[in-house]
Design a protein around this ligand. Structure first.
Ligand SMILES: [Zn+2]
Length: 435
């Protein structure tokens, strides 16, 4: 089988918008189209950049829908293009996967957006964002997503990994040539806590799972060929309950919608949140994704174009042609959102099997976490795979990417590609696999 995985890091300034299509070249199976994060803005908080990128992307889909939309987390710079994307797709979005955040955590997503000037209270531009934060599943279903799945990790300490279930037990469904496996749901107490804190939680509005895997299967071949693996860590339980107490006190009887409209209350909550969680912030609830071939590889090669769309090969460390390597059985793209990889590296690397030096997983593309912030970086990210392409999405003349991150990459012989408001980049990975 020859698989072609073609991805784009769009030119969106401060934020992240990554889209890709996976095509099985040797069968009539339709391509699998997916998006990971859909947000960005330019200097003055304007969101024109992401709107243009989304418009162009939807146009290029030529009426095809999306099989999967994934959101790493719910910050404005990662999802302000979502409304435009869903509207452009007109109901052709099969599935959305995003982390589950309690109302008190979602309120904390709205607060920084106001401060950045990206969203403003009462303006109609961001009314949808408020609707989304009040009830994400209802919003997504109303705007055309056919199924919504939330992930709430079961591990909360850095080295704690969610237990892998032994075998898929339920919810296998087939759609557009794909198989969806959702082996385990949250335990009863966690579900009760969610029911208790949501104003309109309805069980059918979005499944919530601790462990999710997605494998696409060529309907006519009956074999899995591409997979998505997810990593999510929930916040520390003690801190979370301390914050919940403060939240309830500040909130009183106010419905979430009203609370989000009160800058004073949000400021107070933000202070409390920073006090309780400190460095350990909402970015760490980012859902990281490893997407790669589901069967063993015979060979792989790839090439990268940046800047995009101008056809000019950059001088980057990655050769345009990759030689076949022995014992590789996966290749793919590591997407990290704004995850604090620094403190979570061990569990992340184990979960995705990307420990440096290990031949098992070949990583072709790495998204540098949190726009290249040094607080989120781990040196091993520069050493995984043999020579992956590292991509950082950050605005020009901002504080990102941090020079220590660049130094760490250079020390490992890697030269990152930066996408910003002036340029994006595309990559194509081809791999031959044995079914
Ligand atoms: Zn971000």
């Amino acid at each position: 089988m020859l698989i072609a995985h073609r991805g784009i890091f769009h030119s969106v300034g401060q934020g992240l918008f990554h889209s890709a299509s996976v095509r099985l070249r040797t069968s009539r199976c339709p391509p699998f189209e997916y998006v990971y994060d859909c947000g960005g803005y330019g200097r003055r908080g304007g969101q024109r950049l992401v709107d243009v990128a989304v418009g162009q992307y939807v146009h290029n889909l030529r009426g095809r829908g999306l099989n999967l939309i994934m959101l790493s987390h719910l910050h404005w710079d990662h999802m302000n293009g979502l409304y435009g994307l869903l509207r452009g797709l007109r109901g052709r979005a099969e599935r959305v996967i995003l982390p589950y955040l309690f109302p008190q955590e979602r309120a904390m997503c709205f607060a920084p957006a106001i401060e950045d000037g990206a969203a403003s209270l009462g303006s109609s531009d961001d009314e949808w964002y408020l609707e989304f934060l009040v009830n994400p599943s209802r919003f997504l279903l109303e705007y055309g997503a056919r199924e919504v799945t939330f992930v709430r990790g079961s591990g909360e300490e850095p080295n704690e990994v969610a237990a892998e279930p032994e075998a898929p037990t339920r919810n296998n469904d087939y759609y557009g040539g794909g198989t969806w496996t959702r082996p385990s749901d949250l335990d009863e107490t966690a579900v009760a806590a969610i029911r208790g804190s949501e104003e309109h939680f309805v069980g059918n509005e979005g499944a919530i799972a601790t462990h999710v895997e997605l494998r696409t299967t060529a309907a006519n071949l009956g074999i899995p060929w591409w997979e998505f693996r997810f990593f999510h860590r929930k916040p520390n339980a003690q801190r979370f309950s301390a914050f919940t107490k403060r939240f309830e006190k500040v909130r009183g009887e106010l419905p979430l919608r009203q609370l989000l409209r009160s800058k004073a209350k949000l400021d107070e909550l933000r202070g409390a949140y920073a006090c309780i969680f400190g460095e350990d912030n909402l970015n760490d609830t980012s859902l990281a994704v490893f997407s790669g071939s589901a069967s063993s590889l015979q060979s792989i090669w790839y090439h990268l174009r940046a800047p995009w769309p101008r056809r000019k090969m950059p001088s980057i460390a990655c050769p345009p042609y990759r030689r076949p390597t022995d014992a590789m059985d996966s290749t793919g793209v590591l997407l990290t959102g704004d995850l604090g990889v620094k403190g979570l590296w061990d569990s992340l690397a184990r979960k995705f099997d990307i420990v440096p030096g290990s031949q098992r997983a070949e990583v072709a593309v790495v998204q540098i976490p949190h726009h290249g912030s040094k607080c989120n970086w781990h040196d091993d990210l520069a050493r995984i795979g043999s020579r992956p392409v590292h991509v950082v999405s950050a605005r020009l003349s901002g504080q990102h990417p941090h020079k220590e991150v660049l130094r760490s990459l250079r020390a490992a012989g890697r030269v990152p590609v930066q996408v910003n408001e002036k340029r994006g980049c595309t990559y194509i990975v081809y791999c031959h696999t044995t079914p």
